[in-house]
Design a binder for this molecule. Structure first.
Ligand code: SF4
Ligand code: SF4
Length: 307
């Protein structure tokens, strides 16, 4: 790829609001396939059966988007300040406290895909944001925008880990970056801080069935009693293993207004949640990812915290 075009493209992607842009050659992911297979075989994906489907698409991505040769890996900052000092409020993970990112990022990916076709002559260009069998964290690593930390999240040395990931597969070829080395070193703050021991003692491996984020968002049915008392007021998602990560001292509030905390979405206390009507819920959180769980499901979690 012509270096001038790639520079112009990177600028156009930044103009869409993406903070991180990296390029990687598309290739089969043999080592990551073995790790994914072992993780699935150990049932650490818990009830997320969809992660076991389309194994070949995840690990041999040229079969997912035929003709593609490269991946453009993208990151968009969502860090926002919360009411950390208010012990009464029930906590919502930072990523979910704004407008549902799928809607926002999908629109931006469409613009970039159009740009690739109109200005770069791409015949193949397809964007993904949590919307297909794509190993986004692996591509973020391959494209040199993040390493995968012991908490299993993507971490950028200048921005921390509070960012959304997205990928575009295309037939264009680029000058590619090198993966960022692992900077976790001997740190194990995330492992020690996780209240449910969901992160393996040596890191880099998550048992989703023990993770508050999974249990408050994706888990169907009641939360097992074994976790009672360990919850620390999280009612949708959990940020503990990010809050303790030293690399997040570099986090800065997002400039994307849709992801900023706002007064009308401010977190509520337990009684307010239990008394919230559907109309009030839609008014406050109708644009956010919380609607995927629904008011009834969220109130179930609140009752678990209340018992
Ligand atoms: S999100 Fe919370 S529960 Fe899940 S691994 Fe991180 S600290 Fe543990
Ligand atoms: S808390 Fe420490 S070990 Fe965990 S992801 Fe951050 S740097 Fe790595």
């Amino acid at each position: 790829m012509n270096a001038d075009y790639q520079e112009m493209l990177t600028g156009a992607i930044h103009a869409q609001g993406f903070n991180l842009v990296g390029y990687a050659p598309l290739r089969p992911l043999q080592d990551d396939a073995e790790k994914l297979r072992a993780w699935l075989d150990a049932s650490m994906h818990a009830g997320m059966d969809y992660l076991a489907r389309y194994f070949q698409f995840r690990t041999e991505p040229q079969t997912l988007v035929p003709g593609s040769r490269s991946v453009i890996a993208l990151g968009m900052n969502y860090y926002n300040e919360t009411d950390a000092g208010d012990a009464q409020r029930l906590k919502i993970a930072r990523y979910a406290s704004g407008v549902d990112y799928h809607k926002i990022i999908r629109k931006k990916l469409k613009q970039i895909v159009r740009h690739l076709k109109e200005t770069g002559g791409a015949q193949v260009a397809r964007g993904f944001v949590d919307s297909g069998p794509v190993m986004e964290r692996v591509w973020a690593r391959e494209a040199g925008i993040a390493w995968n930390g012991k908490n299993t999240l993507s971490i950028n040395p200048g921005m921390g880990s509070y960012f959304f990931l997205a990928c575009i597969f295309t037939d264009l070829e680029f000058n590619c970056g090198n993966p960022i080395p692992d900077h976790c070193g001997r740190c194990r703050r995330c492992i020690d801080a996780c209240p449910t021991e969901a992160i393996h003692d040596e890191g880099y491996l998550l048992d989703a069935g023990k993770c508050i984020s999974y249990l408050t968002i994706e888990h169907k049915g009641e939360i097992p009693d074994a976790f009672r008392g360990k919850w620390q007021q999280w009612m949708f998602g959990c940020d503990i293993c990010q809050e303790v990560c030293p690399w997040n001292r570099f986090s800065r509030p997002t400039t994307q207004t849709e992801f900023q905390a706002s007064d009308d979405r401010r977190e509520l206390d337990m009684d307010s949640w239990l008394n919230l009507t559907e109309e009030e819920f839609q008014g406050r959180y109708g644009q956010s990812a919380l609607v995927r769980k629904g008011l009834g499901g969220l109130q179930e979690t609140v009752r678990f915290l209340h018992k």
